[in-house]
Design a protein around this ligand. Structure first.
Ligand code: HEC
Ligand code: HEC
Length: 235
């Protein structure tokens, strides 16, 4: 029953990515040359991103993008880097022409501007001490991560209560460490997963805790899976 849900999710992910016309780590299909003039956010987002990340940037198998906490945590340069270059080894394709994608630099910039204009609320987080988007050199301790997982995640993700397929080898093989880190910091407010402030028995998760949790999940990734690059490596 529970693993059926995990399977359904994996199948749903696969179907969506196939519908979007990309074999992981595929490239978006060619689009007509006239479309290079489009800089309208709704059109660019709807045509290129909604298939995986949801019509309004939420409620889809792909990561939630329409989330003020997420957009406060991720530096703009990183957002631009991921959209332009994709995430090698995952279903997230590169979109810039320099990387073989369909979008001009102007269109990538219009997408980033649109995401920030429509979905960010920087004023909400002005003085907040947020976790850093990427690991700042912390070495994760998977043993410690396992303890944190049992305390803060198991009730939703453990055996017998499996909500998302986060400990499944098939999910982990297609997800980067950064995606796991992002998800732990931001949660899935669209699907009912709380953020880092509420996953550690009433105390916020610290950067080290997050690194430990990622190390624990990564330790369950099948060793045959292709090594997945972190976003920094695509710069
Ligand atoms: C209150 C329940 C709940 C708790 C506690 C919880 N999660 Fe989640 N988590 C969810 C739900 C719901 C989803 C969305 C799953 C789906 O796709 O249906 C999710 C999704 C995820 C994802 C995938 C996100 C994505 O977009 O691919 C990861 C990774 C994850 N959780 C890790 C964790 C970790 C690690 C912890 C503990 C620190 C944790 N979760 C605690 C409910 C929870
Ligand atoms: C074929 C499906 C697909 C399409 C289409 C797609 N994405 Fe993604 N995207 C993904 C997946 C899968 C990931 C997670 C990759 C990983 O494991 O790190 C991702 C990750 C991301 C991330 C980084 C999330 C993080 O960890 O912080 C951003 C930002 C993003 N996508 C934006 C976009 C934008 C903008 C578009 C449209 C131009 C787009 N994506 C189109 C599948 C897709």
């Amino acid at each position: 029953m529970n693993s059926r849900r995990a399977l359904r999710l994996s199948a749903c992910l696969a179907a969506l990515f196939a519908a979007a016309g990309c074999d992981p780590p595929g490239k978006p299909g060619p689009i007509p040359p006239s479309s290079q003039d489009i800089t309208d956010f709704a059109t660019l987002y709807g045509d290129n991103c909604a298939g995986c990340h949801g019509d309004n940037g939420r409620n889809a198998p792909g990561r939630i993008l329409n989330d003020p906490l997420y957009l406060a945590v991720i530096p703009r340069a990183e957002l631009q880097n991921i959209v332009a270059n994709g995430r090698p080894g995952t279903a997230m394709p590169a979109w810039s022409r320099a990387q073989g994608g369909p979008l001009t630099d102007k269109q990538v910039a219009a997408l980033i501007d649109g995401i920030e204009t429509h979905w960010a609320k920087p004023a909400q987080f002005q003085n907040a001490a947020l976790p850093s988007y990427d690991a700042q050199g912390e070495q994760g301790d998977s043993g410690r991560g396992k303890k944190l997982f049992l305390r803060g995640c198991f009730m939703c993700h453990g055996k017998g209560a499996k909500i998302g397929p986060v400990t499944d080898a098939s999910y982990l093989a297609l997800s980067t460490d950064q995606l796991l880190r992002t998800s732990i910091i931001v949660g899935r407010p669209d699907l009912g997963m709380p953020d880092y402030r509420f996953l550690n028995m009433g105390r916020p998760l610290a950067n080290q805790d997050i690194a430990d949790l990622v190390a624990y999940l990564a330790s369950m990734r099948p060793s045959a899976a292709p090594a997945v690059a972190s976003p920094g490596e695509t710069k």
